[in-house]
Design a protein around this ligand. Sequence first.
Ligand code: PLP
Length: 401
Amino acid sequence: MPGRQFLHVPGPTNVPDRVLAAMHRPMQDHRSSVFPELALPLFQDLKKLFKTTSGQAFIFPATGTGSWEAVLTNTLSVGDRVLASRNGQFSHLWIDMAKRLGLDVQVLEEPWGAGASPEHIHDALAADRDHAIRAVLVVQNETATGVTSDVAGVRRSMDSAKHPALLFVDGVSSIGSIDFRMDEWGVDGAITGSQKGLMLPAGLGISCFSQKALEAGNSARRNNPLRRVFFDIEDMQKANKDGYFPYTPSLPMLYGLREALDILFEEGLENVFARHHFLASGVRAAVRQGWKLETCSKAEKWDSDTVTAVMVPEGFNGADVISRAYKRYNLALGAGLSQVAGKLFRIGHLGDLNELMCLAAITGSEMAMRDIGIKVEPGSGAAAAEEVYRAAPEILAQKAA
Ligand code: PLP
């Protein structure tokens, strides 16, 4: 099909040409004396992304799933209890991993379409008088439902319950796109991957550990720790301190990460977050005001600035919209997963993206919906989004003033 594909799944996202160019280079010796000039600043600059001064960042050749495993296995012992909110497919998968690793998982079920509940977390922690719960697991942005949870609120609940548990946050589809403050929010294990806000191909599992998490790991090591070999951060720490890796790292991915971080810092993280917010506001206006459809997110406070899950009307299958958009309009949309399979389609709006790219996704989705018989007013999605996008520079200027 002529022209470029419009990639609007919530990851992988578009890789900017600058990043592609930075990755396109001959291989080099990863044990050379100059390699640390690439690696050492990456570890430091990732801390700016996580907004931490005291934490330690790690880069594994992996994906977000690997980062989940790295954080759990380097901090906890076999049989430890963890408290986890389940409000979508990704929180479900993380819980499943924790169980399979041998942790005792206390699950707080939340509706798919709601965020993690700080109140429920508070009550569970307050009831845990012996402090058996070692960690709280929260997915900041549930990519499956387009829901963002209030991590600062979770921290406040943990503090008000006076509970010493660690706080682990999955920021795979938020970090680098939606505000995340590791130190301020007292996050002990932060998790991300390379293929979303970082605008790279999949291939890096990036995590950041607080000093408290590192200390918990040291005591777990003395007390029947969860098994890990490849993901052992002790091996990483030994090699990373001099700017090396314990094995062969992916050179193109590291050069790409360098460029991606430079791009994010040149725009300014706060501007990146504001851009994601107004692009998302346009998509939401298209869905709610234009098409008069519902999102899976059940309240504005949970609306995600990186992905919008659009509920299709009764009698229609979201998979048909996705298939039509892909085959006819070269537009890739995200599918409904598990509990919400068929009930929705997802428009990813994160990474290297602007207003006109979002308008293409809106118009393509609208045409695909109409093609399969969903009754939406022609042009209504773009019309609603345009009003948001035309006002966006003023909104940003007001914010900056
Ligand atoms: N967590 C969230 C919130 C995700 O969106 C994803 C993937 O989309 C994952 C974890 C798993 O990441 P990966 O596919 O990089 O292993």
